[in-house]
Design a protein around this ligand. Structure first.
Ligand code: HPA
Length: 273
């Protein structure tokens, strides 16, 4: 599929017929981080299934709704449920949500995810602000004909996790009960969790946490010049760090356990950016 600017514009135009609010901040909620959506005031909900050219969430812990409203006085558009390559979507398709948010007018993006901790000083329930990422698996979401209206063919990603937003998120951590770190996220395509050998390799490469999402959206945001903050909730220690098998249940349980504190932290960040 060769995407054009009009392709994404169709989705944005439809959303404007449903919602009058122009969002300032675009938010993507990761696995089981949906409870933050309850912090949105006067929400207007749009099902992904109703949006032309949008994708559908196939994972049960992802609600599949775009929510518009305000958080801490800021106008937000919040994706409750995201799309992953393991669901069968091509990397190129994964540009869709962020481009639609850009066309709706957002001026910054906050991405969240559940991740496995590689850094042994991390504990389940901690949060990691992404300073950088490693993506050695899979295509770039920007592969294929470049849509110049969004950004140039070749683009710099050396400061894509916006330093000023990272600093504000670190400052907000001072008022939070959460332990907050800054570190490097490594993308693996899943849906299988990684092997212990892959995690040892990732650690040698400098990764602090591992997950199956976020980088496609982050690269799309960087391409269209959107300031970006990304946060991982460490839901489990990565494969082989502890002498126990990994399970989706553990991921869900940890995410549910810190949902309240994470929601408060997110509210403070939205207020601060
Ligand atoms: N690996 C990949 N993705 C994840 C993990 C993990 O350990 N935990 C939550 N998402």
């Amino acid at each position: 599929m060769a995407y054009t600017h009009e392709y994404f514009q169709t989705s944005a135009d439809y959303l404007r017929t449903r919602v009058s609010l122009t969002p300032e901040v675009g938010i993507v909620l990761g696995s089981c981080l949906g409870p933050f959506a309850q912090a949105i005031q006067d929400p207007v909900e749009v099902d992904y299934a109703d949006i032309p050219h949008f994708l559908l969430s196939t994972v049960s812990s992802h609600a599949g709704k775009l929510l518009f409203g305000t958080v801490a006085g800021k106008r937000v558009a919040c994706m409750s449920g995201r799309f992953h390559s393991y669901e069968g979507y091509s990397f190129e398709e994964l540009v869709i949500p962020i481009r639609v948010l850009k066309l709706l007018g957002v001026q910054s993006v906050i991405l969240t995810n559940a991740a496995g901790g590689i850094n042994t000083s991390y504990r389940p329930g901690d949060v990691m602000i992404l300073r950088d990422h490693i993506k050695l698996n899979g295509d770039s979401p920007l592969r294929g004909p470049n849509v110049e209206g969004f950004g140039p063919r070749f683009f710099d990603v050396s400061r894509m996790y916006t330093p000023e937003l990272r600093k504000r998120a670190l400052d907000c951590a001072k008022g939070s009960s959460l332990r907050v770190h800054e570190g490097t996220y490594m993308f693996f395509p899943g849906p299988q969790f990684e092997t212990p050998a892959e995690i040892r390799a990732a650690r040698m490469l400098g990764a602090d946490a591992v997950g199956m999402s976020t980088v496609t959206e982050a690269l799309t945001a960087a391409h269209c010049g959107l300031p970006l903050l990304a946060l991982s909730v460490i839901t489990n220690m990565a494969a082989g760090v502890l002498d126990q098998p990994l399970s989706a249940g553990e991921v869900d349980e940890t995410a549910e356990g810190i949902a309240g504190a994470f929601s408060d932290y997110m509210k403070a960040i939205v207020a601060a950016i």
